[in-house]
Design a binder for this molecule. Structure first.
Ligand SMILES: O=C(CO)[C@H](O)[C@H](O)COP(=O)(O)O
Length: 213
């Protein structure tokens, strides 16, 4: 299990400070959608230049014009770009083709999509990464990702799972039970008084779980 640090609702300077403070404990770096809207592809380029060893996720949340947006993200240095699960199959297929041509990857964001048929259809299209996502605004009310959401992912062959949405030190143990390949953590680290300390503790919790399971 790896940690993907999600950089959302932050200015560029703070994004770089947070990566510097947590880089020993996080595996992947995500430039959040709002940060991309603010700074464009430039921040993807700069982050990759500073941290070439890190897998860089551009959370483009594409929903149309897939080929163009995948090219944009990959050419800027992203290793993974994201697309919304409700997008047309043509969008997803075009992005998968771009990803394969550049030897990069596509992650499908399941925000708002829980239909088993759609999830299976995505797998059949050749999607290799899906993220179960409990949205920021939904986090104001509700208990987070349900067992049903995790169940929908069971039995899909060739699909790696990421989980996102309000994951914190307290909720991490419940998430780990489902053994996702990637745990996406934003605010719990980026809004912490000591981001490096929280990232280290979360990494330790994961490592400890992996030793014992
Ligand atoms: O994609 C996102 C928001 O759309 C975030 O990256 C994801 O939800 C993780 O952030 P947080 O831990 O703060 O919820």
């Amino acid at each position: 299990m790896r940690i993907q640090l999600a950089l959302d609702r932050l200015n560029k300077r703070r994004c770089f400070q947070l990566v510097e403070a947590t880089k020993e404990y996080v595996d992947w770096i995500e430039i959040g959608t709002g940060v991309i809207k603010e700074y464009g592809m430039e921040i993807i380029r700069e982050m990759k230049e500073h941290y070439p060893e890190k897998v860089l996720v551009a959370d483009m949340k594409t929903c149309d014009a897939g080929e163009h947006e995948a090219k944009q993200a990959f050419e800027a240095g992203a290793d993974i770009t994201t697309v919304m699960a409700f997008s047309a199959n043509q969008t997803i297929t075009a992005m998968l083709q771009e990803a394969r041509a550049s030897e990069k990857q596509l992650m499908v964001d399941l925000l708002g999509v829980s239909d088993q048929k759609r999830i299976e259809e995505l797998a059949q299209l050749g999607v290799e990464w899906m993220s179960l996502h409990f949205g920021k605004d939904m986090q104001q009310q509700g208990e987070g990702l349900t067992e049903a959401a995790f169940s929908a992912m069971k039995g899909l062959s060739g699909v790696s799972v990421a989980v996102a949405g309000g994951i914190a030190e307290e909720t991490l143990p419940r998430i780990m039970l489902h053994k996702p390949e990637t745990v996406i953590v934003g605010s719990a680290i980026t809004k912490a008084e000591h981001p490096g300390v929280v990232a280290r503790r979360m990494k330790e919790v994961i490592e400890d779980y992996e030793v014992h399971h």
